[in-house]
Write a protein that binds this ligand. Structure first.
Ligand SMILES: [Zn+2]
Length: 270
């Protein structure tokens, strides 16, 4: 109890100290909201399937996102890592984009194709950007007002199985201030990352959100520590029953929806 109080005090002190604090809020599984200087983005926010293992986005958060309830209002862009059932639901995406015409969607072509076949999707297609990258392709760059987006295709975990899954690693700089990396279900094998050496080197990432298996595999640790050029990492895709192997690493991870961290604050912790 005493510890909890101290943490709460530190947190509020921290957020008062900067009037412009970048934050990450956990939604569920690999769903995250990033807020910085009036810009707000979501990663993998809508999905229906937790496969009885992963955290779904709780109904109150889903409802708030769909109904513009702060802090989940005014979303500038949504990013999808890949079109699996624990990351993406085309029906929800269509519903959201249709009622939020100012929100953009950046997603692998496989996800965009799922949207396209839905009735009524014609009117939202101009809000979407389909990423068509093959394994080994050069990184792609997209610029929106206040958002600098770079994307690489890194295979889904289980390589060389599931090679056809278009899994994307996004690096997004918001407001020219803070840079986050969302890795989807990336495979923790150095050989996927070394060909993009220059890309990782040319920008420091404030906080990366790797799937937790990067913390529990040796290669994953090496990728985070030596390749990706990241200040700090927070694990996601953590099973509801927290694996003992993850706890043993002592690494920071998200497991409770609505938990919010200061991105610069988390820098200081590591
Ligand atoms: Zn997954």
């Amino acid at each position: 109890m005493k510890n909890t109080l101290i943490i709460i005090l530190l947190f509020s002190f921290n957020s008062n100290a900067h009037n412009h604090q970048a934050q990450a809020t956990y939604l569920g599984n690999e769903g995250i909201m990033i807020v910085e200087g009036g810009y707000k983005i979501l990663f993998d926010p809508f999905f229906h399937n937790g496969y009885n293992n992963y955290q779904l986005v709780p109904d109150d958060i889903r409802h708030a996102i769909f109904n513009n309830k702060p802090p989940y209002d005014a979303i500038d862009a949504i990013f999808i890592s890949h079109a699996h059932g624990d990351h993406f639901a085309a029906d929800d995406m269509l519903k959201f984009l249709d009622t939020h015409p100012n929100t953009k969607l950046i997603a692998p072509n496989q996800a965009i194709m799922r949207l396209k076949v839905l009735k009524g999707s014609g009117k939202i297609m101009n809000q979407t950007t389909a990423i068509k990258l093959n394994y080994g392709d050069k990184e792609q760059t997209i610029n929106f007002d206040g958002l600098h987006i770079e994307v690489v295709r890194i295979p889904h975990a289980g390589w060389p199985g599931r090679a056809q899954v278009e899994n994307l690693v996004f690096r997004v700089t918001l407001n020219n201030t803070v840079t986050v990396m969302h890795m989807g279900d990336a495979d923790p094998n150095e050989s996927h990352f070394t060909p993009h050496k220059k890309h990782w080197k040319n920008k420091r990432t404030t906080t990366a959100f790797p799937p937790y298996w990067f913390f529990t595999s040796e290669d994953g640790q090496i990728i985070l520590d030596e390749h990706l050029n990241v200040e700090s990492s927070v694990g996601i895709h953590v099973p509801i029953k927290i694996p003992a192997s993850l706890e043993m690493t002592g690494k920071k991870y998200f497991s409770k929806p609505s938990e919010t961290i200061n991105l610069v604050g988390s820098l200081k912790e590591n």
